[in-house]
Write a protein that binds this ligand. Structure first.
Ligand SMILES: [Zn+2]
Length: 254
């Protein structure tokens, strides 16, 4: 099976036996970092689309896993030091120069003499190894000055294309059918509700009242009775039946 890889402005293309696999650019590079080779589905990653895993001997497979695991580690240090979108005060070229010279970085990703063909307008790669695939991507990311960010939800790197203030990735979140981005949006919505001034007014009054129990200013029973009535007022306020001022007045006077 011969594998050919090329990039367009937005996408990466892997062509094997006339089949084209297309993903948003650099998706496969970022995903490669997190492959778990104890799981069979790791082999369905596009980096291995030129390899027929079922035809590999146990020894060859073991060797490929060792190679891929070592590559993951080298790419990991490169992502942390160069591609991570934190510290934007330095250019990627500056970071790369620092990364290449730093003595305490181990293992480090290094560049080879990659043979890239130019058949059309864009460069094509016929990779001989997964290292070459990774390097092809790394070079292109550097050329595009593409930065990556750790997803706020799953902690994995994702490429900052398009809206660069995105904080969540498009991977599926845990075992759900939602992506981190969709799950993140739900979470943001929840934090917004908690920050609602009506709920805050109720929460403040609730805490104050609750402390009164300790100082024996109010009995537990009276407190629970009050909090039940206060919740009714809060919900009326959330439903728009009374204003925030009405609610605050009620909370002060009851
Ligand atoms: Zn994520």
């Amino acid at each position: 099976m011969e594998l050919k890889i090329y990039f367009t402005k937005d996408d990466e293309h892997f062509i094997v036996d006339y089949n084209v696999i297309a993903n948003p650019f650099a998706t496969s590079l970022a995903d490669f970092l997190y492959l778990d080779f104890s799981q069979d589905d790791a082999w369905s990653h596009t980096f291995f689309s030129g390899v027929d895993i079922s035809q590999l001997s146990a020894a060859k497979k073991k060797q490929l896993i060792a190679e891929a695991t070592a590559l993951q580690k080298r790419l990991g240090t490169l992502f942390d030091a160069v591609f991570d979108a934190i510290h934007t005060e330095h250019t990627m070229q500056e970071k790369l120069a620092w990364y290449s010279q730093a003595r305490d970085i181990d293992p480090r990703f290094s560049f080879s003499d990659l043979t890239i063909r130019y058949e059309r307008m864009q460069p094509d790669l016929y990779p001989k190894s997964i290292e070459e695939i990774a390097e092809f991507f790394v070079r292109e990311c550097l050329r595009r000055e593409l930065r990556f960010r750790r997803c706020k939800s799953c902690g994995k790197y994702f490429a900052l294309t398009g809206y660069s203030n995105t904080e969540y990735c498009d991977r599926l979140f845990g075992n759900s059918d939602k992506t981190c981005k969709e799950a993140g949006a739900v979470r943001l919505y929840r934090t917004k509700i908690i920050a609602d001034p009506k709920i805050q007014a109720y929460n403040r009054a609730y805490k104050k009242r609750f402390a009164w129990i300790k100082y024996k200013k109010i009995s537990k029973e009276a407190f629970y009775d009050w909090s039940e009535r206060a919740r009714v007022q809060r919900d009326r306020c959330l439903a728009g039946e009374i204003t925030l001022e009405d609610l605050e007045k009620w909370l002060r006077e009851n």
